[in-house]
Ligand binder design. Structure first.
Ligand code: C2O
Ligand code: CU
Ligand code: CU
Length: 521
């Protein structure tokens, strides 16, 4: 075991206030024993009675206002703080939040307009902020060593060994927003500690708008809804329950069952358990985000609308598709976004439409419910889905300068995860792409791994040498590579030279070292 690896395990073994509980060693752990839904993960069962579904109204996270604006940028401030929330009705839960809410406030930016976000760390441990899907200069991208140290706590010496540039108390993140309209999200990216930090509440939406999207007659305003789907578990006294991941080094050969990924038994949408939303008999745009640590969802409407194809996908991770794509179900892995339009006028008045997760079991089968208005006459819908949405110029794989191959698999001693046999070594890039070149990256998996690249979106070229799948369309930044699968993508990095990372977005895999640097020049 090298020094970096040891440091990793040390960091992961820290406890979080209100978070960690002991892991029952060796209990029912089977390595790589993928469930039917393909996600490797282990369930944490809540110790508190869970509420019945469809009681809590769907919350919509507040949109953050700038503290000031000038000719060059809009300026925002977000304090990161410990907050007491009511997630389960009548139960107080301590969360780690962006600005006091979970999800954090939604940031809304305009394509081409610079945004500067000052994060202030009032939490008791270092944090890192990453804008997922952001086309962001390296210094603001949330490289794991670019920490914001807490104002009042001395940094752990491990932090000082990380390559990167820590700041104390605050940090300004600059987002040029030179990218097309898309549903992005921001979340913590702490070295070896992203899983617990996100689980405790550090995630929010960041929407980019542009003229092209504005010109389309898609549903707008209160019929354009960001939906952040997560799973969590709660202790008997209402705390968010996150288990320790690290192998027990004092008992050789004993590993934590949670290295596979942490699953909860409560489904939250925008931070509310199994919420309900009243909808008119009109079209709604749902910006679906899977912000779960490792859970995969297969979302379906129940009942399906007459004739099926209830979801009309208009966008993905990197914004609008070229043309709408109808689905009966949406399969989404951690970090993926699916922007869909659902036409509730297809349902009889008064229908209660459940959003189901058919990959779930028990309570995780249900996600939320839409209660369709009971009035017999549907209002006139000013929104529609046009047959052409945008233009997507395919990256030409024939022009690729290089094909890189990355094998995502468990560490040989099963103490974590690797890319090309390497646990994450900050400062040792596994790729050095040149800006402006088209490259082919091929990912090969052992078990299921949703693979995410920072800096730029990509296009999926193939799965197992065949066609891309139904959920691979448009610009992606996370590709859901299933067990024993290979996926090929075309990517072209642009504009920003520097240090970035790519990694598995199963956050427990990421924390247990399934990450690598790449350096652009
Ligand atoms: Cu959403 Cu590097 O992560
Ligand atoms: Cu990212
Ligand atoms: Cu993984």
């Amino acid at each position: 075991m090298n020094l970096n690896r040891r440091r990793f395990l040390g960091l992961t073994g820290l406890t979080v206030a209100g978070g960690a509980t002991a892991v029952a060693l060796g209990s029912g752990f089977s390595w790589g024993g993928a469930l039917d839904n393909g996600e490797p993960g282990t369930l944490v069962r809540s110790g508190i009675p869970l509420p019945p579904p469809f009681q809590v109204p769907l919350p919509i996270p507040p949109v953050l206002r700038p503290v000031r604006s000038d000719a060059s940028a809009d300026y925002y401030e977000i304090p990161q703080q410990v907050s007491t929330l009511e997630i389960l009705p009548g139960v107080k839960t301590e969360a780690w939040t962006y600005g006091g809410t979970f999800p954090g406030p939604t940031l809304v930016s305009r394509s081409g307009r610079r945004m500067v976000v000052k994060h202030r760390n009032e939490l008791p441990r270092p944090v890192v902020v990453h804008l997922h899907g952001g086309h962001t200069p390296s210094a603001s991208d949330g490289y794991p060593g670019d920490t914001i140290l807490p104002l009042n706590a001395p940094p752990a010496h491990e932090m000082m060994l990380m390559p990167g540039t820590p700041t104390v108390g605050t940090r300004d993140y600059t987002y040029p927003s030179n990218q097309r309209a898309a549903t992005l999200w921001y979340h913590d990216h702490s070295m070896g500690f992203t899983g617990p930090m996100v689980w405790l509440g550090l995630a929010g939406f960041h929407l980019v708008h542009d003229d092209e999207e504005d010109s389309l007659p898609l549903p707008k305003g209160d019929r354009d809804l960001p939906l952040m789907i997560t799973d969590r578990a709660f202790t008997a006294d209402g705390r968010l329950d996150y288990p320790a991941l690290a192998p027990n080094l004092s008992v050789p050969g004993v590993t934590s069952g949670y290295l596979n990924g942490v699953l909860g038994d409560v489904v939250l949408v925008n931070g509310a358990p199994w919420p309900v939303l009243d909808v008119k008999r009109l079209r709604y745009r749902l910006r679906l985000l899977n912000a779960s640590n490792c859970r995969r969802y297969r979302l379906q409407l129940d009942p399906p609308p007459p004739g099926g194809n209830g979801f009309v996908q208009v966008g993905g991770d990197g914004g609008l598709l070229a043309a709408p794509l109808a689905h009966d179900a949406i399969e989404m892995a951690s970090a993926e976004r699916f922007d869909v339009v659902v036409d509730f006028s297809r349902y009889p008045p008064g229908t209660r439409v459940r959003l189901l997760n058919t990959f779930g079991t028990g309570r995780t089968v249900e996600v939320m419910r839409f209660d369709v208005a009971a009035d017999a006459r549907a209002p006139v819908d000013d929104a529609t889905v046009p047959p052409k949405l945008s233009t997507i110029v395919p990256l030409d794989p024939g022009k690729a300068t290089v094909t890189r191959e990355f094998l995502f698999q468990s560490h040989s001693d099963r103490s974590g995860w690797t890319i090309n046999g390497q646990p994450y070594e900050p400062g040792h890039p596994l790729a050095t792409p040149r800006l402006g070149d088209t490259e082919i990256w091929r990912f090969v998996s052992d078990v299921h791994h949703p693979i995410h690249l920072h800096l730029d979106q990509f296009q999926v070229l193939a799965r197992n040498g065949g066609k891309p799948g139904p959920y691979d369309q448009g610009w992606k930044d996370t590709v859901d590579v299933r067990a024993a699968e290979s996926a090929e993508i075309a990517v072209r990095f642009n504009d920003y030279a520097g240090r970035y990372v790519f990694h598995c977005h199963n956050l427990e895999h990421e924390d247990m070292a399934m990450m690598a640097d790449f350096t652009t020049s």
